[in-house]
Design a protein around this ligand. Sequence first.
Ligand code: SF4
Length: 360
Amino acid sequence: MKNHVIISFFIPHLGCNSQCVFCNQKTITGYRAGPDPRTVGRVIADRLRSLPPGAECEVAFYGGSFTALPWSRQQLYLEAVQPFINRGEIKSIRVSTRPDAIDGPGLDGLMAYGVRTVELGVQSLDGEVLKASGRNYDASLVENASLLIKEKGLSLGHQLMIGLPASNLAKELETAERVIRIGPDMVRIYPTLVLKGTPLAELYREGRYQPLSLKEAVDTALLLLTQFEKAGIKVIRMGLQPTPELEKSGELLAGPYHPGFGELVQAELFKWQAIHLIERFREREVTNRLKIYVDQRDLSKMIGHNRCNIHSLKARFHLEKLEVIGTKGTEKDWVGVGLWHREAPQMVLSRQSFLGPDND
Ligand code: SF4
């Protein structure tokens, strides 16, 4: 499989027609202003030189509302990428934008320049949550914009936030169900953080907003992740990318930030997959010494942060010994279990079977 590389440019808040209560793109992205379009080509050329041969490259414009920029400005950015697309060095472009900045002619214009993916900042599909978050549109607009993007044959991404003002678990799950009905190709899940300089920081200071705890955020993201995986929708990111700006003292006021948030959620999913497997295995084998097997690439997720999954499984099943073995050359996302003296798993649970209807 080819190495897929995204060369990202951040255009913080460019094109935004309102201030969403939670958003401070300058802190999130670490960039204070969008790049000068004249520098885009040089940055791409530099990045391409540092990549391994054969990497499949895409250019992305993130962090603002790309399609809400004046068309002449969009063209300047897109034109800077064209020489690389024409030479086959860049395969395609992706942009992130607001759902209320989508129309047919605008999408046709993007496609003519090689844009193949549009990621929509959906955040929620609950009317009250959208209103309380300062989004200034309703859920039906998201559905229409999404369908238009799909009709054009573009790849569609949805960016969702959990723990927004006026939200709760039922609304997060309802949003996920509506997203599944729309059917994007990919989803990102971000826990809401309280960032300095945002309206949410004021609400927090006044005691009118309480963020999720880290555990609540992990548990909620896990429920959404399993819903999306069951529906065959890829979750390509959970939690913000750590940046020096975000981790700078005083920028993050409150909220469930963790630099490895996605790993925490994945570790929780592996733990539950192992619990289901061990329960079944122990119906036929009475033992308190077990080996768990996973693909080598999933080893850290199965073990968990500070070996938390090992401790948790040992306590839950009263195990004297539990070792996790990584295997090479296998598929990802399965879990196996076997007796302590055996060298191979005796029972295996794939992710697909684990998320099947029996395990709801
Ligand atoms: S969430 Fe998106 S639309 Fe809202 S202010 Fe931030 S970049 Fe702009």
